[in-house]
Design a protein. Structure first.
Length: 321
C-alpha cells in the first residue's frame, strides 16, 4: 500500500462513522430486490467445526455436503511434487471446488526467537500456496497482553506482520488479520490490544502493504459494537476471509466466552443477514466459514458436523436476497 493508498484507507475509515442519507440509502438497498449476485463461497474449514481431516478427506467432505470451497492445508500442499499437486488440482476441478484460505504458520505473538524460527519456513510455505493456486492466508490477533502496552504491542505487530506480508507478497498471497472482540477476551490481561475493526484498520494502515486485509467474523463484529457502515466503508478486496457465527441467547453479552458460540442463524442474536448483505454489497468474493466452537457440534461425527455447518451456511447466505 503506497502513501496515497494509505491516506485513502484512513480517510475511508473515518468516513465509515458518517450515517448520512447516502449511507442510509445504501443500507436500505441491501434489503431490496436488486441485490448483487453472490461471489462469496460457502467454505468448509474442518478444524473450525471440530473435526480432523487431511486435505483429501476435506475435499471429499466438502463436495459431499455441498460446500463451494475448502480450506487449504498449506504445509501439505507445499510438500507435494508437481505430479501430486496436479492430482489434487484435478480432484478439486472434478468436485467443482475452489480453495478458500490457508492458516498462517508463523508464530508472531510470542518471543523474537520463536518468531524468527517460524519465519524461516514461510518462503517454502508461500511458494507451495502459489503453486496450488491459493491466494489467501488468515490468522488472528491476541486481544490483550500481560507485558506489552498497547503501543508497544502495536509496533511489534506492525513490524513482524510487515515482514510476514512481504514474504507472502512475493508469491502473490494475501494476509488476513482477525480481531477478537468479546470483552471477556480483551479484559483478561493487563493491557488490552486490538479488538475492534477501527483498531485493526489502523494496524493494517501502519503495516502499509497492499496484500494485507481483514478477516471479518460476525461474532467479533457483534461483540465489538461494529456497525454495517464499518463494513460498507471497505472494498471487497480489503476482506480476505469471513467467519460466520451466532451467539448464545441467554448469556449477557459482556459475559460471553470466545469458545462458546453457535452455528450461524441458530439464535438470531447476531444480525447475520445484514452482516452478509453488507459484505455482498462491497463485492466480497472469498470464503465464508462456520466457526462455532460449539460443544454439541464437536461431539458430532464428521458427516454430521459437515451437514450441520452446510445447512447453517445455506440458510445464512440465503438471507442475502
Amino acid at each position: 500500500m503506497n502513501a496515497s493508498n494509505r491516506r485513502d484507507f484512513i480517510r475511508t475509515a473515518a468516513l465509515s462513522g458518517l450515517a448520512g442519507g447516502a449511507l442510509l440509502q445504501t443500507l436500505c438497498t441491501l434489503h431490496g430486490a436488486e441485490a448483487k449476485p453472490r461471489k462469496m463461497t460457502m467454505d468448509l474449514t474442518c478444524g473450525s467445526i471440530g473435526i480432523a481431516a487431511n486435505q483429501h478427506e476435506a475435499i471429499e467432505l466438502a463436495a459431499k455436503h455441498g460446500f463451494e470451497s475448502v480450506s487449504a492445508d498449506g504445509g501439505y500442499l507445499a510438500s507435494l511434487s508437481d505430479d501430486q499437486l496436479a492430482e489434487v488440482k484435478t480432484l478439486m476441478r472434478n468436485k467443482n471446488l475452489a480453495f478458500g484460505s490457508a492458516g498462517l504458520p508463523v508464530e508472531f505473538r510470542l518471543d523474537e526467537n520463536r518468531f524468527r524460527e517460524s519465519l524461516k519456513e514461510l518462503p517454502r510455505f508461500a511458494t507451495g500456496l502459489k503453486r496450488a493456486g491459493v491466494s489467501r492466508t488468515a490468522t488472528w490477533l491476541s486481544p490483550a497482553d500481560a507485558r506489552l502496552t498497547y503501543l508497544q504491542n502495536f509496533r511489534q505487530h506492525a513490524t513482524r506482520l510487515r515482514e510476514v506480508a512481504k514474504v507472502l507478497q512475493e508469491q502473490e498471497v494475501r494476509l488476513g488479520l482477525e480481531y477478537v472482540g468479546p470483552k471477556t477476551a480483551w479484559s483478561a490481561r493487563l493491557y488490552p490490544f486490538v479488538h475492534t475493526m477501527a483498531e485493526l484498520r489502523e494496524l493494517i494502515a501502519e503495516i502499509n502493504l497492499s496484500n494485507v486485509g481483514l478477516v471479518l467474523d460476525s461474532w467479533h463484529w457483534w461483540h465489538a459494537g461494529d456497525k454495517p457502515s464499518d463494513i460498507l466503508a471497505l472494498n471487497g478486496r480489503d476482506v480476505i476471509a469471513v467467519d460466520l457465527n451466532d451467539a448464545p441467547g441467554s448469556i449477557p453479552k459482556d459475559q460471553q466466552l470466545d469458545n462458546h458460540r453457535e452455528l450461524p442463524c441458530a439464535t438470531g442474536r447476531i444480525d447475520v443477514a445484514t452482516f452478509l448483505r453488507c459484505l455482498n454489497q462491497i463485492g466480497y468474493d472469498g470464503p465464508v466459514r462456520a466457526e462455532p466452537f460449539n460443544e454439541a457440534v464437536n461431539k458430532m461425527s464428521k458427516d454430521e458436523a459437515c451437514a450441520a455447518a452446510a445447512a447453517a451456511l445455506r440458510k445464512a447466505v440465503g438471507l442475502i436476497g
